[in-house]
Design a protein around this ligand. Structure first.
Ligand code: GDP
Ligand code: MG
Length: 394
């Protein structure tokens, strides 16, 4: 047996999303204030969160605050962004891969355009768990609260979430932040935290799917052969398993002769393990960083993908001119890059810097790209766009 423990991940990435001014930052501050009383968080004030530092994420500047706090059950890393554009960029670039999101909606406004847009993005980038916090409950009566809840359930269903089961908590982030102990004050925040703990399951490693490992490195062991290094993303890899080495147009059949964890041979290794894998009959020059080692016949390569993309504005270092179909540049993802053509959705004539939308990618060679995989597009060594794969096309 591999010595790796199948541990439940005691950590969860979460974030506040929703329309501007609906109370995302106030809620974030209120959470830290309430948990700080139990010694589970350091209180982070509204101003500290909103003065989010500029972040260099894959060469793109995103303003985002990362606030850490714990409940009795687990640790959360919470992302709150100051502006709408920051959310779009943050989510599309996958800069903070959220396991769950708290969708904040102000009861006096109901769902607004950015409520919809963030929900759409959440679905497209694969955020599985949404919780709704109906905020500013202090400003409306109960009938209106119920109406907003009904509207939100319909909206969630429209975007492919299960509107019937998504938890909804009514409250007032501002009251809670001001230390109010009435129903809509601090108790509503405690209820939200309890729901987060219960509704979002612990993130567990996928041991059921066929194994998949991106290649980080490769070297030759004299007298033995080629060893590839990487972290198994999913599944279980066993000695003598048949495997495919995929990428850059190549699909090379091989067999796993040996698996090592911390330089010791094991009969199997699990998702999450960092391993060295000896591949039978493999030539070192056939292996390139960015290729994948997969269980045989478990992955399809393609050079056509659908993606969600954001073109940086001039002031973000992007282009100044619009983008038309057949736009060809170098794509970067993880440790590899490849020539790529971008075609716009047929409904669109062009995209301007600052725009985001759906595009079609054609890579020079077949690769394996998975849903949610982030990438950037560079033009003359400057990042002009960032995106995330949403679908593999034939
Ligand atoms: P964000 O843009 O979503 O981050 O919203 P903010 O947290 O900046 O809040 C926008 C405004 O709404 C601020 O003036 C807050 O004080 C106010 N606000 C936030 N939560 C509540 C609430 O529960 N009740 C009331 N009445 N106002 C709130
Ligand atoms: Mg804010």
């Amino acid at each position: 047996k591999a010595n790796a423990q199948i541990e439940e991940k005691k950590h969860c990435n979460i974030g506040t999303i929703g329309h501007v001014d609906h109370g995302k930052t106030t809620l974030t501050a209120a959470i830290t204030k309430i948990l700080s009383k139990d010694g589970l968080a350091t209180y982070v004030s509204y101003d500290e969160i909103d003065r989010a530092p500029e972040e260099k994420a894959r060469g793109i500047t995103i303003n985002a605050a990362h606030v850490g706090y714990s409940t009795k059950l687990r640790h959360y890393a919470h992302t709150d962004c100051p502006g709408h554009a920051d959310y779009v960029r943050n989510m599309i670039s996958g800069a903070s891969q959220m396991d769950a999101a708290v969708l904040v909606v102000a009861a006096n406004d109901g769902p607004m355009p950015q409520t919809r847009e963030h929900l759409l993005l959440a679905k497209q980038v694969g955020i599985q768990y949404i919780l709704v916090f109906i905020n500013k409950a202090d400003l409306v009566d109960n009938e209106l609260l119920e109406l907003v809840e009904i509207e939100m359930r319909e909206l969630l269903s429209d975007f492919g979430y299960d509107g019937n089961t998504v938890p909804m908590i009514c409250g007032s982030a501002l009251k809670a932040l001001n230390g109010d102990e009435s129903d809509f004050g601090a108790p509503s925040i405690r209820k939200l935290l309890k729901t987060m703990d219960e509704y979002v399951p612990p993130i567990v490693r996928d041991l059921k799917s066929p194994f998949l490992m991106p290649i980080d490195n490769a070297f030759t062991v004299p007298g033995r052969g080629t060893v590839v290094i990487g972290t198994i993303k999913r599944g279980i890899m066993k000695r003598n398993d048949e495997a495919d080495l995929l990428g850059f147009g190549y699909n090379i059949k091989t067999t796993i002769s040996d698996v090592q964890i911390f330089k010791k041979s094991v009969t199997e290794a699990l998702a999450g393990d960092n391993v060295g894998v000896l591949l039978r009959g493999m030539k070192i020059k056939s292996v390139e960083t960015g290729m994948l080692l997969t269980a045989t016949k478990s992955c399809q390569m393609s050079n056509h993908y659908k993606a969600k993309i954001y073109f940086l504005t001039r002031s973000e270092g992007g282009r100044k001119k619009p983008i038309f179909s057949k736009y060809s540049q170098q794509m970067f993802s993880g440790t590899w890059n490849i020539a790529c053509r971008i075609d716009l959705d047929p409904s669109m004539n062009m995209m301007m810097p600052g725009d985001h939308g759906e595009v079609y990618l054609t890579l020079l060679e077949d690769m394996v790209m998975t849903q949610g995989q982030p990438f950037t597009i560079r033009e003359n060594n400057v990042t002009v766009a960032t995106g995330i794969v949403t679908d593999t096309l034939k």
